[in-house]
Write a protein that binds this ligand. Structure first.
Ligand SMILES: C[S@@+](CC[C@H](N)C(=O)[O-])C[C@H]1O[C@@H](n2cnc3c(N)ncnc32)[C@H](O)[C@@H]1O
Length: 190
C-alpha cells in the first residue's frame, strides 16, 4: 500500500534514526512528531523541539509529561536559531529532523512558517547532519503564504549538490485542494 503523507514521513525517519541519537522537531505544534522522535531515540537520546508559539510549547509539554518522557528539550524560539541550542562541547551530529510547515491546526492561521527562516533552519541542519542523516519536510501550501514558502524551498533544494545530498519529493498528484507533500534530504557524506 502507498503510505499517506504523515505515515511516510515517520517511516523515513524511522529508517534513518538510531537509538541514543540527537534529533530535531523544528515545528513542534501539538507535539505528535516530538513524541514520535522521543520514542525513536530512546531514553538516552535527545530531542530538541522548537516552536515560536507559547501554546504549542505548552501543548507539547503536556504530551511529553503524559507520556513520561525525559529526553525532550522544549525551546520557545524560532528554528532559524537552532545553531544556538546545539551541543558545542561534544560537537555531536544530528541524525534526523522534521518540519511540518504552515500553521498550528485550530489556531491563528496567520502564524505560519516563513520562507527565509525555514531555509536558514534547513541550511543549519544540513551543516550539522551526520552521514546518512535525514531531514523530512512536510509541505502544507494551501494557506495564504504557503505557495511562496513552497517555491522558495524547492528552489533552495533544487540547487543542492547531488554528490552531497539526495533530495526526494513524495506526494499524491491526483488529490484536490493543494495536498501536502514530503521533501526529504539525505546527507551522503560526513
Ligand atoms: C503545522 S504546525 C506543526 C504541527 C506539529 N508537528 C504537530 O505534530 O502537531 C506548524 C508549527 O510551526 C510553528 N512555527 C511557525 N514558525 C516557526 C518558526 N520560525 N520556528 C519554529 N516554529 C515555527 C507554528 O507555531 C506551528 O505550531
Amino acid at each position: 500500500m502507498l503510505k499517506g503523507i504523515l505515515n511516510y514521513a515517520h517511516y523515513l525517519l524511522e529508517e534513518a534514526i538510531k537509538k541514543d541519537e540527537l534529533v530535531i522537531d523544528a515545528t513542534c505544534g501539538n507535539g505528535n512528531d516530538t513524541l514520535f522522535l522521543s520514542t525513536l531515540v530512546g531514553e538516552h537520546g535527545k530531542v530538541l523541539a522548537f516552536d515560536i508559539q507559547k501554546e504549542a510549547i505548552a501543548a507539547t509539554k503536556q504530551r511529553i509529561i503524559a507520556n513520561e518522557r525525559t529526553n525532550v528539550s522544549l525551546i520557545h524560539d524560532s528554528h532559524e536559531n537552532i545553531a544556538k541550542y546545539l551541543p558545542v562541547h561534544t560537537n555531536e551530529k544530528i541524525s534526523g529532523a522534521i518540519f511540518n510547515l504552515g500553521y498550528l491546526p485550530k489556531s491563528d492561521k496567520k502564524i505560519i512558517t516563513k520562507p527565509d527562516s525555514t531555509i536558514i533552519a534547513i541550511d543549519t541542519l544540513l551543516n550539522h547532519l551526520r552521514k546518512d542523516g535525514l531531514i523530512v519536510i512536510v509541505v502544507y501550501h494551501g494557506h495564504e503564504g504557503g505557495k511562496a514558502e513552497k517555491e522558495a524551498i524547492l528552489k533552495y533544494l533544487f540547487h543542492l549538490d547531488q554528490k552531497q545530498y539526495s533530495v526526494l519529493r513524495y506526494g499524491f498528484i491526483n488529490q484536490k485542494n493543494d495536498p501536502p507533500f514530503i521533501l526529504a534530504i539525505q546527507k551522503k557524506i560526513d
